[in-house]
Write a protein that binds this ligand. Structure first.
Ligand code: AMP
Length: 218
């Protein structure tokens, strides 16, 4: 199973991608997680990417396309994947089509999760992450606070630097102007599975599962 998962920042893409990845037994490939790992590792790419991410803007297409080409061609992705955070621009979408052609990938599903902007700003100000295992928690609903140990591995939970309100507003602007049109690229060539991301995590994942089951992958 190959799935591209779309939606604005904070819609729950990462959470849903992780659930799907466990259910389907295929890797969750998140370009944001890859960039954050590079930043935590202090690599040259990581330092450059972090400076861009902290402003809410996008890392240049050529860098992202190179990263994704390499990971999709690797043995790790051979049996399928959940791709989260890519493509985010039209040139990335076109490059992904070429990568799929080179890898003889013809069938994939596109899931688009939506939630309105006010709810997103509220959610992201409550978001806590574990930088070790990438798990995401909600300060309110999970009853956790900044610095509390990750329930799974004990690493202190933290806020993402780009979850500050001003940066979130910039990320939403970039999403609406640059990434949302990419959905159209897939709508014209096949079915996009549109999911309302407003409800509880379980309800959203059930909706995604049912849609994927009933769909004929594009
Ligand atoms: P995410 O975790 O998917 O919200 O990504 C966090 C940040 O990483 C984004 O705001 C961008 O700065 C950067 N990023 C992740 N994926 C991409 C991509 N496909 N193209 C450009 N920038 C990206």
């Amino acid at each position: 199973m190959r799935v591209l998962i779309f939606g604005p920042p904070g819609v729950g893409k990462g959470t849903q991608a992780k659930i799907l990845s466990e259910e389907l037994g295929v890797p969750h490939i998140s370009t944001g997680d890859m960039l954050r790992a590079a930043a935590a590792g202090g690599t040259d790419l990581g330092r450059k990417a972090k400076a861009i991410m902290d402003t809410g803007n996008l890392v240049p297409d050529d860098i992202m396309i190179g990263i994704v080409r390499e990971v999709l061609a690797s043995a790790r992705a051979a049996r399928g994947f959940i791709l989260d955070g890519f493509p985010r621009t039209l040139p990335q979408a076109k490059a992904l089509s070429r990568i799929f052609e080179d890898l003889h990938i013809r069938e994939f599903a596109v899931v688009d999760i939506s939630v309105d902007d006010d709810e997103i700003i509220r959610r992201l100000s409550n978001r806590l992450v574990c930088l070790k295992d990438g798990r995401i928690f909600n300060a309110d609903t999970d009853g956790l606070a900044m610095g509390a140990p990750c329930p799974l591995c004990g690493t202190p939970l933290t806020h993402r630097d780009d979850d500050k309100e001003q940066t979130v507003r910039e990320r939403l602007k970039v999403y609406h102007s640059t990434t949302a049109p990419v959905i159209h690229y897939y709508t014209v060539s096949g079915a996009v599975l549109s999911v309302d991301g407003t409800g509880p995590v379980d309800a959203v994942s059930r909706a995604i599962r049912l849609m994927l089951r009933d769909s004929h992958p594009t």
